[in-house]
Design a protein around this ligand. Sequence first.
Ligand code: ZN
Ligand code: ZN
Ligand code: FE
Length: 759
Amino acid sequence: MKTGRRIHLKGLVQGVGFRPFVYRIALENELTGTVENRNDGVVIYAEGEPENIDKFLKDLELKAPPASKVLSMNVEKSDLSGFNAFIIKESSSVSAEVTLVSPDIAVCDDCLEDMKSQPHRLDYPFINCTNCGPRFTIIKDLPYDRPSTTMSVFKMCDKCAGEYSDVSNRRFHAQPVACNNCGPHYSLYYNSERINRLDDILAAMSSFLKEGKVIAVKGLGGYFLACDAFNPDAVNSLRDGKRREGKPFAVMFSSLESIQKHAWMNDTERKWLQSWRRPVVLLDGKKGDELKGVQELAGGVSSGLPGIGAMLPYMPFHYLLFERSGLDAIVLTSGNFSDEPILISDDMALNEFLAAYDAVLCYDREIYNRVDDSVGMVVNDRERIIRRSRGYVPSPVELDIDVDGIIAAGAELVNSFCLGKGSQAFLSQHIGDLKNLETYEFYKESMARFIKLFRITPKMIVCDMHPDYLSSKYAARAGLPLMEVQHHHAHIASCMAEHRLDEKVIGIAFDGVGLGDDGNIWGGEFLLCDYENYRRLYHFEYVMMPGGDKATLNPWRMAVSYLFNTFGAGITGPDLPFLSRIDRNELRLVRDMLNKGINTPFTSSAGRLFDAVAALTGICSSTSFHAEAPMRLEAAIVTDVQEGHYDYKISGGEISFSPMIKQIVEDIGQGIAAGVISAKFHNTIIELIVEISISIREQEKLNKLVLSGGSFQNRYILGKAEKRLEAEGFMVYTPSMIPSNDGGISLGQLLIAAKRRKH
Ligand code: ZN
Ligand code: ZN
Ligand code: FE
């Protein structure tokens, strides 16, 4: 006896090969009916034998295309209509209601196969299908159809058009479908030459890379800079060209096996690296004997840090390049100059990169939306996003709260913004440091594009309390009702939003800088908060930041400030080795500032405490990239100092580190290794997190605890604190798919505004 069902699916079910998939499993289960894309999702009518219907529903859930995401599936019994086939119906028109836009998807295995066998796509470096290929980077408007993408200028050949309109084909309605005869192509520029044949391009690039040359390569979301990761000179010249950039570079490896030679991976890391999102995953690098018989990566790649930012190929061209060159690993880092956004303009690449480097690889499809590679790490077996971009954006964060029409401007240094539509939050890609003019332009442009793409009607705007942030200035000029939110409150709210917590929690926010409501610079904060309000219960003791922002670039200034704070006014403190390496005049100036309290804003920042200890121990006195000192301090940890820690003092709501600074000075005097001091310091932070959390729990009768802020990108602290707190019986919520750094702030701002606004 046949039966019928009406199935309504919502979520990311369009532009990801969902209808062809439904069609296929309907045929496999001998069902008849229809499948249709509508503005509110996908609707299926299916008729067949009850057991086949059941099997079909199971397949819908279990075998869905990798990039799709079903958020709800509503199944109802329906009357039999007597369909005699299963058909894909034409899309219903899209109204103001929008469907989701898929992030870009790494090339799939089927396409890699086709690249070797399909005559019109042999070695075609832009091969794609409904399961893979560019999405967000090429979309200009909705609905997601070829004319509203940057593929519109390429006219499909008859073969491609046939596949595009054949429901049984893997490329049915794959908007970027193309082949050697009709799609985009690469060109390689060097000196005054231009090569257009793919084989010649691959041969030239292989020899350039092996000769130690640096090539600017147009990727999915922007230009990248590539060189042989084993060649120290090549890595250095790449770094020089980027104008003194100090931060570690990401490395693309030819395969999982080649990563295995250089770094440790657990299953979670392995799976994440291989996922269609293909992020850069920060791994523990192998060292010493662990690298026996392995050619080592150039030291400059990771700036002397022990981690490796590894990723796997995600564009067809990457596969071809590794195959032809036989290389095992290439540096592949964002193509920009210092703090500028990743470059997407071909003209600029040909001007600026061709002047600074050896060659430029272009292709003739425009990148519309710029996205960097996403970056993450795995801590306590969970994925932790550090930079949310390619492969993630523009997937929304699903909420239970109405956030419609709210624009959240974000923070300043690691900016992202966030827009509310219904109960979904659209978090932008990583934008970068707004203080850079080009980055600020990118911010404004992306904001306008998101508003248009997702049909948002702005009703209000929310920003950080800091009046000098360019995002705050942007908000003030937006001509919308304006709300200001405290930085660390937003950090905690962002993690609450990720876990859909809407209640009072203990919030621990540790980071570098955020303006507090008393006008001081906060960053070591224990808050009691819900979305609407917060109360500051404990914080790190205020110390002076000699020279303000200058102290951030020169951790030694914070070390001198902590010594001053510990050993008293007028006394310069013990004569530690790190002091001898500082310019005498500058040191005198800083001490003068501290004595007189001139240009010395107060801070309770955790980041500045980490800076101070990094400098005290001689690990890092001045920095060349953001958060360098805490990273080097963490890297120095000697892991077998499991238990030892220093003392601190809590009085009122203040945590004083003077006892610890004294003990560290003693340890240095006794010649204790910096790595041991670093371990004991980190353990101290974990001890105090646990101790204070327990006393807040007793005072406030709360057991849910949220950790957020950039300092929780420290694996040691996040990993151990989470475990210790769980062992103490807390329900611990930590950032996973939303960055704990300022890249997550805008989501928190959005939620706070949503709960505070009057309806
Ligand atoms: Zn594919
Ligand atoms: Zn074609
Ligand atoms: Fe922050």
